[in-house]
Design a protein around this ligand. Structure first.
Ligand code: ACO
Length: 473
């Protein structure tokens, strides 16, 4: 066990208690239909709207049992990984398929530490109005910059000739400036060749490989921290190579070296969010990579999908809801109003889990633990507990709607001093391990994703010229 785990044995005890409760409340049989079965394609399955129930591929990366509330990464139970492992080790496990030896872990850490340092990317990001962006847009921008840095450019042939270049200068809006067939563009970049950065890779292949995965896992934390600071009008910080991934992430974001307790809780949060089956953002990554767009484009799409309030954006909305409710006494009235308006309660319900989400089983007690010492978290936690009781009483056993991972994560992040606008980016910092692991796995036997839609529109309509259209057809 690492020194950090010794120093934070209280946290280990909380996780083991949550694990014990989960095991007591769920039986231990996997679902025969979804594990250890060689799939004979084409496979017959019942598909609901939103691809519910569809089997899109085989995977050894992770398993979610929604009926029982299990989460497994590469065969290891999530509770054990939270109790005994670290985010670095879990990322290695997801990508490589086995837990690393001490030497492999050292080497992996060395790469992550190296890739934390992204001065070129950050300096370019700072020339954009990141403060005005949605934070996830800042992440997308950063990933595009990271890609450009690694591959430098798509190919020499994609570079426009100077005479046809779309020109710009300090004062002009970038635009095509030869609309009337002039011989030369008004504003042109000179024919001088931009320098390839010394450490840029020579080929696009680099953007598909394991190295790119390490680059993204490490780099997304640096970019997220930089976005957090730019939003507060502060300069990004240099990474500290002595710190763990979780501690360095917190440090670069908040400017304060975290205590071992804060570091451990962040580490557990990162482990819990690292992978989760074929969720919307993972699927988005895989769809994009299946076209042989590279892993940076894929992760950019994962970030976009995660941004939505039905997915990763829910934890920010949970905190806003808890703030709006304001006090445990007001929970009943708020809930009844929300139900009357058919409003969903953020942080509850899940496409796969029809039982208590195992991640919420860990984050709930951690939020409770932090609420004892953090006033803002304490206020939120009191309301959250009352809301949880109410929703479970009304919708839990009858509708199988229980808290999901997002219900408590915002309270945990609040106690760690993270701004609500940065909650979803924190999710991405973790989920990038699952995105890259599953994308790389899929690419081994790639087939472009291409489902069909049931056409329910008209047929055989007669084309009516615009002047004869009344608008009533
Ligand atoms: N509050 C109230 N009712 C709910 C909730 C909720 N949070 N979630 C689902 N329901 C109800 C729906 O209204 C629907 O009721 P109906 O049959 O009477 O119309 C029924 O449960 C089924 O809902 P679906 O939308 O079909 O469930 P689906 O599997 O498509 O949705 C989802 C899952 C999107 C997560 C949904 O539960 C939800 O919107 N939750 C709130 C947002 C949230 O917390 N998202 C985070 C999910 S975890 C993550 O992405 C990391």
């Amino acid at each position: 066990m690492s020194a950090l785990h010794h120093e934070t044995s209280e946290i280990t005890a909380i996780i083991l208690k949550a694990a014990e409760r989960a095991r007591r409340e769920t039986s231990n049989e996997p679902e025969a239909a979804f594990v250890n079965r060689a799939v004979n394609w084409p496979v017959a399955c019942e598909v609901g709207p939103g691809l519910e129930g569809a089997i899109a591929c085989e995977s050894k990366v992770g398993y979610v049992n929604g009926t029982k509330g299990w989460l497994v990464y590469r065969g290891y139970d999530i509770f054990d990984l939270c109790a005994y492992s670290t985010f670095e080790e879990v990322s290695y496990l997801l990508i490589h398929g086995t837990l690393p030896t001490a030497a492999q872990l050292r080497d992996f850490n060395r790469r992550l530490v190296g890739y934390r340092h992204l001065p070129w990317t950050l300096s370019r990001m700072m020339s954009f109005p990141v403060k005005e962006f949605n934070a996830m847009a800042g992440l997308r921008l950063g990933v595009s910059m990271m890609r450009q840095r690694l591959t430098y450019r798509d190919s020499e042939s994609a570079r426009p000739e100077p005479a046809t270049a779309i020109g710009t200068d300090e004062d002009s809006i970038p635009m095509e400036v030869r609309p009337y067939g002039e011989e030369h563009a008004k504003y042109e970049f000179g024919p001088g060749k931009a320098e390839r950065p010394e450490d840029a890779r020579k080929t696009q292949d680099a953007a598909f490989g394991l190295e790119a995965c390490c680059h993204l896992i490490s780099g997304l934390a640096t970019i997220t921290a930089a976005v957090a600071r730019l939003r507060e009008e502060k300069l990004p910080l240099e990474p500290d190579p002595e710190l763990s991934h979780a501690a360095n992430f917190l440090y670069m974001m908040t400017g304060r070296r975290p205590t071992p307790l804060e570091e451990r809780i962040m580490d557990v949060a990162l482990i819990l969010h690292a992978d989760h089956g074929m969720n919307a953002s993972t699927f988005a990554c895989m769809v994009v990579a299946s076209t042989l767009s590279d892993i940076y484009w894929a992760v950019g799409s994962g970030i976009s999908a995660l941004n939505g309030p039905l997915h990763g954006g829910a934890n920010e909305m949970v905190v806003r809801t808890l703030q709006e409710i304001g006090s445990p006494k007001r929970v009943n009235a708020w809930f009844n109003r929300a139900r009357a308006r058919k409003q969903r309660v953020m942080g509850f319900g899940h496409r796969v889990y029809k039982a208590y989400d195992p991640r919420a089983r860990v984050l709930g007690p951690l939020a409770e633990y932090l609420a004892r010492t953090s006033k803002p978290a304490g206020r939120l936690y009191g309301v959250a507990r009352a809301l949880e009781d109410k929703v479970i009483a009304e919708l839990g056993h009858s509708r199988k709607i229980f808290p999901n991972v997002d219900f408590f994560s915002g309270i945990v992040y609040t106690a760690l001093g993270i701004d609500p606008g940065m909650f979803t980016p924190c999710f991405a910092v973790s989920r990038v391990s699952g995105w890259t692991a599953r994308t790389m796995e899929y690419l081994e036997n790639n087939r472009i994703f291409r489902p069909r839609a049931m056409y329910t529109g008209d047929m055989n309509l007669r084309y009516v010229p615009v002047r004869k259209r009344s608008g009533k057809e």
